[in-house]
Write a protein that binds this ligand. Structure first.
Ligand code: ZN
Length: 181
């Protein structure tokens, strides 16, 4: 079965979010993707990327924090804490918030690891390197468990997403960028 994020299933939108008229797919410019357009009010439904943040958190003795997902996509697989950025929310605030919500840790963001995007997929994932400052490791309603892994025991074959794999690989290879202010 497809593990597509619901945000990737843009074909599912049928009605105008502004006037609830029926949408139809139209080519507005030859160089651009076909876009849903309202047949009643003319609203163009631009399906923008979804911005997500994640944190690779160093905790006790340099071990890394991963959470096991209790929701689809990626149910039962491991990922570092993260989630979607709310509109108007600074990226760094979202990263700190998600770490607190998903695994109970207060973190300091140390650097930007990298930014990940893939053809045909809605999410753009911004991944930070972080250090745990406090809090208690726990699981929220979106994860089955949280655990700390040392670098040799990361469950590479049970990671949830391509971005999880690539960001951990980049992190462990030492890739770091300054956090844009
Ligand atoms: Zn409309």
């Amino acid at each position: 079965m497809s593990a597509l994020d619901p945000h990737d299933e843009s074909h599912a939108y049928q009605f105008c979010p502004r006037c609830s008229g029926p949408l139809e797919r139209r080519e507005l410019k030859a160089s651009e993707p076909v876009r849903p357009v309202c047949t009643r009010c003319g609203f163009v439904f631009y399906l923008d990327p979804k911005v997500a943040v994640g944190t690779i958190i160093q905790a006790t003795d340099g071990r890394l924090v991963l959470v096991r997902r209790a929701i689809e996509p990626g149910y039962g697989k491991w990922v570092f804490p993260g989630g979607y950025v709310d509109r108007g929310e600074p990226l760094t605030a979202a990263a700190i918030r998600e770490a607190r919500e998903e695994c109970g840790l207060d973190v300091r963001l140390d650097s930007l690891v990298n930014v990940y995007s893939y053809p045909g997929r809605a999410p753009v994932i911004i991944v930070y390197a972080a250090t745990a400052l406090g809090g208690t490791l726990c699981a929220d309603d979106e994860c089955l468990e949280t655990a700390e892994f040392d670098r040799a025991t990361i469950p590479w074959s049970e990671l949830a997403f391509r971005s999880t794999h690539e960001a951990l690989r980049d992190y462990l290879s030492g890739l770091r960028h300054p956090i844009p202010s």
